[in-house]
Design a protein around this ligand. Structure first.
Ligand code: ATP
Length: 505
């Protein structure tokens, strides 16, 4: 098994064993692509959501938040294009009976060619040593150029097929590339069909076609249909943004890769309304701003990259993904899209209500343009967990698993631990716990050896362990043990809260 697959498996079982993420309905053997967050996972998720909300809403005077419902008028999904076009091309392997997304099969094929390019680069870097110029190598080496051209040709053809809905040619492409089913190993494929990803259900007690409604597949439409409400009640002046976080539902064809692709998941979206003609400027602004947000967590810049879209949705005039280096390679974590005036215009058309803004500076009314930032909260949790998961061999020959979760978003910030369960230490430790509890999520543990308790806190990613020992009783100082370096410092109890606040910045 490839090393990264093994690592990923270990991460998934660690997440379960330590109360981050459980398979849903586990005692009934689970439900595919649905997960529950445990006591540490739900804290982590909440902290990421809060960190996003703070940076988007609290830190921008021209962005406000809303909380719209999951059920909405069904015509909304007609207007947004989801009823007619929110499809994925699916294909089945007749031998394994496994279902795939045809575009994903092709993308995986391209990723394999990309891996070959990386190998060539690696080999050349070794050969040339210090003098190696990567940029020059990938733009001149004949083999690399051939690979790059191949990827470009395949991607171009696939995008064209998807755009004009030429599913027959898409199947031909799968056949020409001789893509085999990873399970059966055969190339015995069905035709490709389009599959709508929206879940539907019935509203009210009468079960007929007219009562069909959808579980929202994105939170954005709840923002669009409230655009005028918020603009008026919040007295918002363009440019301004509306943010929201909440559940979204997609009947994904392929359920794999843990919380990367779920059928029920959470999004954090912001729609930024601006004047026509200014959208590219705002697109660049949000691209940079969102990357800064990611980098502010300190999870290494080399784990992120932009992927500008070659194929744009018919309503978009620019789009990029922020990709993260998950254990299974670089994949989309967040999308930033310039959606023009498409959504508001469509809702204007379908609802018959004017969705315009009077711009007093320009002295004209217009349908605003929109730049959106859209990130999957669960994917962000997975990015954090993948970055954090670390198996370490220590100098004394022992091993530990440590979750290097950025302190700002760690589920628990502090563990208060009496060195031993006697001599007044538990009482003193509880006093300190009570002092810190209003400020931070804290744990108290007195069972097991101190070493074991440290390991347990490492495994759930607690950045600070505060240990109460005999010196605490006489000198009112504690040791603070740092999760990543395992170094310990002596800190006065009076300064402890401020000390932790300082270290968490
Ligand atoms: P993908 O191509 O991976 O299916 P997408 O381009 O359809 O994603 P968007 O519609 O742009 O995704 O949704 C915005 C964000 O929502 C994505 O960047 C991703 O983080 C998250 N997201 C989308 N689908 C899922 C899912 N099934 N499970 C978890 N997160 C998701």
């Amino acid at each position: 098994m490839a090393n990264h697959e093994e690592q990923f498996k270990k991460l998934v079982s660690h997440a379960k064993e330590y109360g981050f993420i459980f398979p849903s309905s586990e005692i009934y053997d689970g439900l595919a692509a649905v997960y529950d967050y445990g006591e540490y996972g739900s804290e982590l998720k909440k902290n990421i959501r809060d960190y996003w909300w703070k940076s988007m809403v609290q830190m921008h005077e021209n962005i406000v938040g809303i909380d719209s419902s999951i059920f909405m008028h069904p015509t909304i999904w007609k207007a947004s294009g989801h009823v007619d076009a929110f499809n994925d091309p699916m294909i089945d392997n007749k031998d394994s009976k496994k279902r795939y997304r045809a575009d994903v099969l092709i993308e995986d094929y391209c990723a394999k060619i990309e891996a070959k390019i990386d190998k060539e680069v690696e080999k050349a870097a070794k050969r040339f040593g210090e003098a190696f110029d990567k940029q020059q190598f990938i733009t001149t080496n004949p083999r690399v150029l051939e690979y790059t051209q191949k990827i470009a040709d395949i991607t171009h053809r696939m995008n064209h097929d998807l755009e004009v809905n030429d599913l027959a040619d898409l199947k031909k492409l799968v056949e020409e590339l001789e893509i085999a089913c990873p399970i059966s190993g055969t190339k015995n494929w069905t035709d490709i069909r389009q599959f709508n990803l929206m879940f539907d259900t019935k509203i009210g007690s009468v079960s007929d076609e007219a009562n069909t409604i959808y579980l929202r597949p994105e939170t954005a439409q709840g923002i669009f249909v409230n655009f005028l409400n918020v603009q008026k009640t919040g007295r918002m002046k363009i440019p301004f943004g509306i943010a929201q976080t909440g559940k979204a539902f997609r009947n994904e064809i392929v359920a794999r890769q843990f919380v990367f692709r779920m059928r029920e998941f959470e999004q954090m979206e912001m729609q930024f309304f601006c004047a026509p003609g200014t959208e590219m400027e705002w697109f660049r602004y949000w691209k940079e701003e969102r990357m800064k947000w990611h980098l502010s967590l300190g999870m290494q810049p080399e784990n992120y990259r932009f992927h500008d879209h070659e194929k744009l949705a018919h309503y978009a005039n620019a789009a990029t993904d922020i990709e993260f280096n998950f254990m299974f390679g670089f994949k989309e974590l967040e999308g930033i899209h310039s959606r023009t005036d498409y959504d508001l215009s469509r809702h204007q058309e379908f609802s018959g209500k004017k969705l315009q803004y009077f711009d007093s500076e320009r002295n004209e009314s217009y349908v605003p343009y929109v730049v959106e930032t859209s990130i999957g909260l669960d994917r962000m949790v997975l990015a954090v967990l993948s970055h954090a998961f670390c198996e370490e061999k220590l100098e004394d020959g022992t091993e530990r698993v440590v979750m290097r979760i950025p302190a700002k978003i760690a589920p628990y910030k502090v563990a208060v631990l009496p060195l031993v369960k006697k001599d007044g230490m538990p009482e003193k430790a509880r006093e300190i716990l009570e002092m810190l509890q209003p400020l931070y999520m804290c744990q108290y543990e007195e069972k097991d050896t101190i070493g074991r308790r440290y390991r347990r806190q490492d495994a759930i990613g607690t950045p600070f362990c505060v240990t109460v020992d005999s010196d605490t009783l006489t000198g009112n100082t504690v040791t603070v043990r740092h999760r990543d370096s395992m170094e310990q410092e002596r800190v006065s109890v009076d300064r402890l809260a401020a000390y932790i606040a300082e270290k968490m910045k």
